[in-house]
Design a protein. Structure first.
Length: 276
């Protein structure tokens, strides 16, 4: 029986459920803003304020919500701090949102767009609101919280300074994830690499894509000593052959010429655990 948590049907169900819940939250935020009537909108009637703020809230979701997807799927290639990625993405997403606000403000009257100075001021207002809402979505994202908790629980035990752990001895062939591997790949797992909605399992005999999330795959690696060295990479300890440095960037050299990037925040962890 396939794992229902990773089938396309369940993923689609989760996507639409999350979309409906997110939009409901944004409509709620629009209603609150309509009741408060900030930025001079309180002078208009309540129905007009409701239409104005709820439409802008939904439009804001369309502009800002893809930030999370882009950072999750493409931000890892930049290997930059998460806060810096979110800040830059918010600054960029605010540009079209500010233009949308200016268009809605002048739609009933057919007035031309305001001068650059007014647009710059409006950009600041929109950035503050957009950043606050984006931050709330980020802080209260259940998937992100679960991933952080799972990662904390997966840290390997500290290695004694007097008796260093061997790096060439293969890890025991245990773990539920190994049952997902096709027979021709064997069970000598080297690394896991996230590719969109898939995990690419690298073994000593080759690699294969498996439809599941990286954090779910790591949770099934019971008894296999390793560490998630990057948001998109998990590496088995026994597979590390060398460490390659390129300026401030660090990569773990694995069998077959494979290289796994190490997030800068994890360099200290690797040193503490005796990997490097």
């Amino acid at each position: 029986m396939p794992d229902t948590a990773t089938t396309p049907t369940s993923q689609s169900h989760r996507f639409w459920r999350k979309l409906v819940l997110d939009l409901a939250v944004m409509v709620g935020i629009g209603v609150v803003l309509a009741v408060i009537g900030p930025f001079g909108t309180f002078e208009t009637s309540l129905p007009v304020r409701l239409a104005y703020w709820t439409s802008l809230a939904v439009a804001g979701y369309a502009f800002y919500r893809p930030i999370g997807w882009l950072i999750e799927h493409h931000g890892r290639k930049l290997d930059l701090p998460t806060w810096l990625l979110w800040t830059g993405a918010c600054l960029i997403a605010t540009v079209p949102m500010s233009l949308a606000v200016a268009a809605v403000d002048r739609l009933p009257y057919g007035q031309p767009f305001p001068p650059f100075e007014v647009l710059a001021v409006n950009y600041g207002y929109v950035l503050v609101i957009g950043a606050i809402v984006t931050l709330l979505f980020f802080l209260f994202d259940p998937d992100r919280a679960a991933a952080a908790q799972a990662k904390a629980l997966r840290l390997p035990e500290p290695v004694s300074d007097s008796v260093p752990a061997p790096v060439s001895e293969p890890a025991p062939a245990v773990g539920r994830f190994l049952e997902r591997l096709p027979p021709h790949l064997g069970t000598d797992l080297i690394a896991l690499e996230m590719e969109d909605h898939y995990v690419r399992a690298h073994t000593a005999l080759g690699s294969e894509l498996i439809l599941m999330r990286l954090r779910d795959a790591i949770a099934e690696l019971d008894g296999i000593e390793g560490l998630q060295v990057h948001r998109s990479w998990w590496v088995a300890r026994h597979a590390v052959e060398d460490v390659r440095r390129d300026g401030r960037n660090l990569r773990l050299v694995l069998p077959g010429g494979l290289e796994a990037p190490v997030a800068r925040a994890n360099v200290a962890v690797l040193k503490e655990q005796g990997w490097i």
